[in-house]
Write a protein that binds this ligand. Structure first.
Ligand SMILES: [Mn+2]
Length: 419
């Protein structure tokens, strides 16, 4: 009997300002979380699954209107009609305190309690499901410790929305250690919260399926759900299935061997062609990052806007509506020896020594950070946080900015007067 494990559906999640991008296929991206849920239900029905587990963050917070909940209910009804059971729990985004509205779900859909851990027994499937949802958004305690003991004679599945010992980019909620989970004696832990797929253990299985559908370039690659088989009292055949309809990705193009802007376009063409093929018919939302120290750097930086437009034109020629270039970052460097420049006994040497000193001085970095945050506070909210954030509060971003300054100055100072 097959079980499908998904988490972090974030139905109708906001696009973080994507609407403001010229040419963004807003409709396809906005509908993506719903289309991925349809794919999940199709998968469960095609596999003849007996049970679907949804480990939290089905909703992205309180809905704007009831259409989100009606859509979810309609998909659950498709499962219920075919006799597929569903167990879900609340995560930080749909915590009991936070999601005020309510819509009754079909009887085949059961919610695990959020005030204490509880168990649901499916004798006919030979399964017990244990778990506790989030009563409030920020659950700081280790919920796993109070989970019920495994029930003998059944396959025991634990469900938990957690960051485990901490995962980059994810708030620390319901923290626990891997050994808390492994030592519980369950056969499979169906986790949620972390949007990157990760198998933490295979004996027993401890799995983050990742989110069902990526929402921006910081959620790149195939997204979907985990399918496993329960037979003879054991869990086996654990597999990931891609269910996303829009694939996000960063397309890095190393142009260090390119001699001209046209060479760079050729390299971008090759990289995008491969990325589009990898998306397997889905809409690919790609950020193009042009990198490397290249003889083409001066040509690219002289007419930056022209080359960005050339790359956009290339994208639509290559894949039409199936490729959306979200952003183009030109991060090339000139082919010069910075150490040699810094050693020069003239004004150019002085400028580059000054920049090097800035990077290494804590005081100077603090002063720049203060200036940037004063400037940042005047920017629209979408540029201060979320997927489009300029990230000026990140120390690594300061190094990138200083690198940009260096590369902006280089062709002008030593570019032979034509820059
Ligand atoms: Mn979450």
């Amino acid at each position: 009997m097959k079980v499908v494990h998904a988490a972090d559906l974030h139905l109708d999640s906001a696009l973080g300002g994507l609407e403001r991008y010229e040419g963004a296929p807003v409709h396809r991206i906005r509908g993506a979380t719903r289309a991925a849920l349809v794919n999940l239900v199709d998968l469960a029905l095609d596999e003849g699954a007996g049970l679907v587990l949804l480990a939290g963050d089905i909703y992205d917070g309180d809905w704007k209107d009831y259409s989100t909940a009606l859509f979810f209910r309609a998909q659950m009804l498709r499962l219920a009609k075919e006799g597929v059971k569903v167990v879900w729990l609340r995560g930080n985004h749909d915590a009991a305190s936070h999601l005020q509205q309510h819509l009754d779900l079909p009887a085949a859909v059961s919610e695990l309690p959020h005030k204490r851990a509880g168990s649901l027994v499916f004798e006919e499937l030979g399964l017990a499901v244990h778990g506790q949802g989030f009563a409030s958004r920020a659950v700081a305690e280790n919920l796993a410790l109070a989970y019920p003991e495994p029930l003998p004679g059944l396959v025991n599945l634990g469900m938990l929305h957690t960051s485990v010992t901490g995962r980059e980019g994810h708030a620390s909620y319901a923290p626990c250690t891997l050994s808390d989970l492994v030592n519980k004696g369950y056969d499979y832990w169906a986790l949620g919260h972390v949007h990157q797929r990760e198998v933490l253990s295979e004996a027993p299985w401890v799995v983050f399926p990742g989110n069902l559908q990526g929402r921006h370039v910081r959620e790149p690659g195939a997204k979907g759900a985990t399918v496993f088989d329960v037979s003879g009292g054991r869990v086996g055949g654990v597999e990931h299935r891609a269910l996303d309809v829009v694939r996000f990705g960063i397309c890095r193009v190393d142009v260090s061997s390119c001699a001209s802007g046209d060479d760079v376009l050729g390299a971008v063409r090759d990289a995008l062609t491969a990325a589009v093929a990898g998306a397997d018919g889905r809409l690919l939302a790609a950020r193009v990052s042009i990198e490397g120290s290249s003889a083409a750097h001066a040509e690219l930086s002289r007419e930056a806007e022209r080359w960005v437009a050339e790359i956009r034109a290339l994208g639509s020629e290559l894949a039409g509506d199936d490729l959306w270039i979200e952003k183009i970052r030109v991060a090339t460097r000139d082919r010069v020896d910075l150490a040699e420049l810094c050693a020069r006994d003239d004004a150019v040497g002085q400028v580059f020594r000054g920049l090097q000193a800035l990077r290494g001085s804590a005081d100077a970095r603090d002063a720049i950070t203060r200036e940037l945050s004063a400037l940042g506070s005047k920017l629209p909210a979408a540029l201060r946080s979320g997927p489009l954030s300029l990230g000026w509060d990140d120390p690594a971003a300061l190094d990138l900015l200083l690198g940009d300054v260096e590369q902006l100055l280089l062709p002008r100072l030593i570019g032979g007067g034509d820059a």
